[in-house]
Ligand binder design. Structure first.
Ligand SMILES: [Fe+2]
Length: 451
């Protein structure tokens, strides 16, 4: 708790107090929270909630997870009312998740209890009948149940995202809107399973919960595995990136920024979702071939010999050799291999021109040059964004593909670029600073003839 910033602590206490107040108020006003004949329903749904909650799917935001447990909570809204739904939600506090701090357990339990109670209240307010529904009652349940789901899911997301915002450096507004909409819609869809559990209860009692939620749980678990795999891919790429950037003090963060700028261009030209992931990887790894270039060449002060220039110009090929065995990179290979081709055919390594250049490479070329110009280098300070954009415009049609330049400029108008912070001079013992940057179109590398 002491690790949390004070606004997060206040918020945590407020959510827990709200849950305690709602449950306490109901206990005082209406006596037992759940009628004795409904205790079996509470037990089954509570157990199911606990199982689902114990195997959540991690969000892409570190340390936070989601689960399909709320379907059980929504079934409780129909079968045992708001108090029962709140009690089912409370079981999140005792989920089997080793290492989960008590604070997070309390917050999870409290926020699920608040959501369960609020959705149950809306359900009753709209005259939804609490209890095991009979066949002829089912139609009249749908409206109030839909309203209860429409309250539970967004409230759950808002309560969780607020905590994430207050407890970490991740702002709720930084969560991509498209991802949020998909997330919300899929959860509203999962909400219908709660109604199915309630509807089947009259026929098969407690088995209904297992019949409906088990397949859903398995599907969700498989989805979680897929996300775990994606996270391991991301970690692999990040490790390779880090290895490249340790060779050059001044290019730290360059891979990530090129990846971001490449994604902006790719989205602007309407690339499909699966290609967006590949181009993100390509941006991260575009210079991985630098690992195969001698550090003394990369860091050389002054003009390069022809042999040294050839070694640098070999880095796209070396990059391809390094990542060739990584199966999930797909089109990223083309981006890595050809990111120094030029639209007019004077680039390297193949001297491709115009439409011969793969689309990924055209995108990365623009992103790479832009970030290089707007970042500090040992031989010059960062250029303002406007100057870099002007340079891109100037080189459009010669160095860069005009379509990509135009797309990037449009994307920048919509989402202004945040240039990296000023780079302080490297400490004396870490003087790994490349003197010239092969990505910077305004500072061509000088070559002297010789070995
Ligand atoms: Fe490069």
């Amino acid at each position: 708790m002491r690790d949390l910033p004070w606004p997060a602590r206040v918020y945590l206490v407020a959510v827990i107090a709200a849950a305690a107040a709602l449950i306490g108020h109901s206990a005082i006003v209406s006596g037992p929270l759940v009628a004795p004949e409904k205790l079996d329903i509470l037990l089954v749904l509570g157990l199911l909630f606990l199982v689902c909650e114990s195997m959540p799917t991690l969000l892409n935001v570190e340390q936070f997870a989601v689960s399909v447990s709320f379907s059980a909570s929504l079934a409780a809204v129909v079968l045992i009312g708001p108090e029962g739904a709140a009690l089912v939600g409370l079981t999140a506090a005792v989920s089997v998740r080793p290492g989960l701090p008590l604070i997070k357990r309390l917050f999870n339990g409290a926020q699920f209890a608040v959501c369960g109670y609020a959705s149950g209240w809306v359900y009753e307010w709209l005259h939804g009948t609490v209890g095991v529904p009979r066949v002829n009652e089912f139609d009249s349940l749908i409206g109030p149940y839909a309203a209860a789901t429409a309250v539970f899911v967004p409230l759950n997301i808002v309560l969780t995202l607020t905590m994430i915002s207050l407890a970490t450096s991740v702002r709720a507004t930084e969560v991509p809107l498209r991802g949020m909409v998909q997330f919300l819609l899929s959860y509203l869809g999962y909400g219908t399973f709660g109604l199915l559990v309630a509807g089947l209860w009259a026929t098969v009692q407690s088995i209904s919960a297992v019949l409906v939620l088990l397949p859903l749980f398995v599907a969700r678990w498989a989805f979680g595995q897929y996300h775990a795999q994606q996270r391991s891919y991301d970690a692999t790429i990040a490790a390779l990136c880090q290895a490249v950037e340790t060779k050059d003090y001044y290019t730290r963060g360059h891979c990530t920024r090129v990846s971001l700028a490449s994604s902006m261009i790719a989205e602007e030209i309407g690339m499909r979702l699966e290609r967006l992931r590949a181009i993100r990887y390509a941006g991260m790894l575009h210079d991985v071939g630098k690992l195969g270039v001698p550090t003394k060449v990369l860091q050389k002060d002054g003009p390069l010999t022809e042999g040294e220039l050839a070694a640098i110009q070999l880095h796209p090929m070396r990059g391809l050799e390094i990542v060739r065995g990584i199966g999930f990179l797909d089109e990223a290979y083309a981006g890595i291999m050809h990111h120094h081709e030029r639209h007019d055919g004077t680039g390297y390594p193949m001297g491709l021109a115009g439409d011969e250049i793969p689309e990924f490479a055209k995108v990365i070329a623009v992103a790479d040059a832009f970030d290089s110009m707007t970042s500090d280098r040992s031989y010059r300070g960062a250029r303002p964004v406007e100057v870099a954009v002007e340079e891109l415009r100037k080189c459009s049609g010669t160095h860069f593909d005009p379509v990509m330049v135009a797309a990037f400029i449009r994307a920048l108008e919509r989402s202004p670029w945040q240039p990296p912070r000023r780079v302080e001079a490297p400490p004396p013992d870490a003087a790994e600073a490349t003197i010239k940057d092969h990505d910077d179109p305004t500072m061509p590398i000088q070559v002297v003839s010789g070995p």
